[in-house]
Design a protein around this ligand. Structure first.
Ligand SMILES: Cc1ncc(COP(=O)(O)O)c(C=O)c1O
Length: 383
């Protein structure tokens, strides 16, 4: 099929006419060009140039204080500049955390299912991955306790809020118990909280930081990102943790050589935060994604009722379906693609390629009308 433009720029490369429900990226229509133009012009209008220099290792101090104020307001928790490290997005942060906090052969715990591309990063670092079951309330803590009897992981990786792919949110009680266990048993928790601010239904419990030790060190490193709330092309995110836990990051060789990450983009995003543009955009995203979620929920009811089981998420980007007849969803992919739609088969999210009767649909990339049509095409190809 011919592409609109032969020169590629973006990771997702959809053919014309395709409604690809596999893509978990923000939709092109929600990329805030005008906002970036305004925030960028404001920044470039001043003569203050340090952001063109090698950056301070933990990240630009002005940006970190603007980010701390933004997070304190949205998390409803005090977050200080000293608890923040600027990253090039959650993926890069996770890779850096693996470099600093794990060595090849170490055991790490993940959820089953989990964010499939985190598994790629763990494979790059030659880590031994052990998966723990989840249910509607997220990670099953009893299963974690059981595993801890025989193993001690270097870290546990969790997506506690509006999980990718399941949409599940870890309950407050489980958050409390998870952080308690991390202290008792001495393992780190890497919480990938990139969807925390994207809630359209019931509010989730506070971020995991609210449950971490109040002592000087803590066991938690929480990852956030502007990819989902502004634009992935900015490659800007953060790690929130105690300063002793952040120190090995700021002292690592990559930063010693290259300086703090993304000083220029941080300076632009600081303008977006300080002017309220980021807050306004977040409001818009919640409205837009909320209506896309509704569109997908009603399309599933209309076209796939009885054929799939699912529960509606309260936020994030994804629906996690189970095929009622137990078929392997991977086998259905060619028919879906031939019908100009797509999904991610459940096995992609599983360390041992389980979850075969599951599939992930994303409602972030396409507008509501296209979502309805995409689900209709999917239903046609499943029958
Ligand atoms: C759970 C999760 N973590 C991380 C990422 C990637 O984030 P970033 O663009 O900040 O690297 C995604 C994107 O899909 C995600 O779903």
């Amino acid at each position: 099929m011919s592409r609109a433009n032969p020169i590629r720029t973006t990771q997702a490369d959809t053919s014309p006419g395709m409604i690809d429900l596999a893509i978990g990226h923000p939709s092109p229509s929600l990329l805030p060009l005008e906002l970036i133009r305004e925030a960028g012009s404001l920044r470039l209008a001043t003569d203050f140039t340090p952001y063109l220099q090698y950056g301070y290792e933990p990240g630009d101090g002005y940006f970190r204080s603007a980010l701390a104020a933004f997070l304190s307001r949205h998390y409803g928790l005090p977050v200080s500049e000293g608890q923040l490290f600027v990253s090039g997005g959650a993926s890069q942060a996770l890779d850096l955390l693996c470099t600093v906090y794990a060595k090849p052969g170490d055991t790490v715990f993940v959820e089953e299912p989990t964010y499939f591309l985190a598994l790629r990063i763990f494979a790059d670092h030659r880590l031994t991955v052990v998966s723990l079951p989840t249910d509607q309330g997220g990670l099953v803590i009893e299963a974690l306790e059981e595993q801890l009897k025989s193993r001690r992981p270097a870290f546990l990786y969790t997506v506690p809020t509006h999980q990718n792919p399941s949409g599940a949110t870890l309950s407050a009680e489980r958050r409390r118990r998870l952080m308690e266990l991390s202290r008792e048993k001495g393992f780190l928790v890497f919480a990938d909280e990139v969807y925390h601010l994207l809630t359209y239904g019931h509010a989730p419990p506070p971020p995991l930081a609210a449950f971490d030790s109040k002592g000087p060190e803590g066991r938690l490193l929480s990852l956030g990102s502007f990819s989902k709330i502004l634009a992935p092309g900015l490659r800007l995110g953060w790690i929130q943790a105690s300063s002793p836990l952040l120190r090995p990051l700021t002292e690592c060789g990559m930063l010693d050589s290259g300086g703090g990450l993304n000083p220029f983009i941080s300076a632009v995003v600081r303008s977006a935060i300080d002017t309220g543009l980021q807050d306004a955009h977040l409001q818009r995203l919640r409205r837009e994604y909320g209506s896309r979620l509704e569109a997908m929920g009603s399309a599933l009811e209309r076209w796939l009722s009885g054929k799939v089981e699912f529960s509606s998420p309260d936020g994030g980007f994804f629906f996690w379906l189970r095929l009622a007849d137990g078929r392997d969803s991977a086998g259905l992919l060619p028919a879906a693609k031939a019908n100009r739609t797509s999904f991610v088969p459940g096995s992609a999210f599983s360390v041992h390629k389980q979850q075969r009767d599951r599939l992930r649909l994303s409602f972030s990339y396409h507008p509501p009308q296209a979502i309805l049509e995409g689900v209709r095409r999917l239903a046609e190809s499943l029958s």
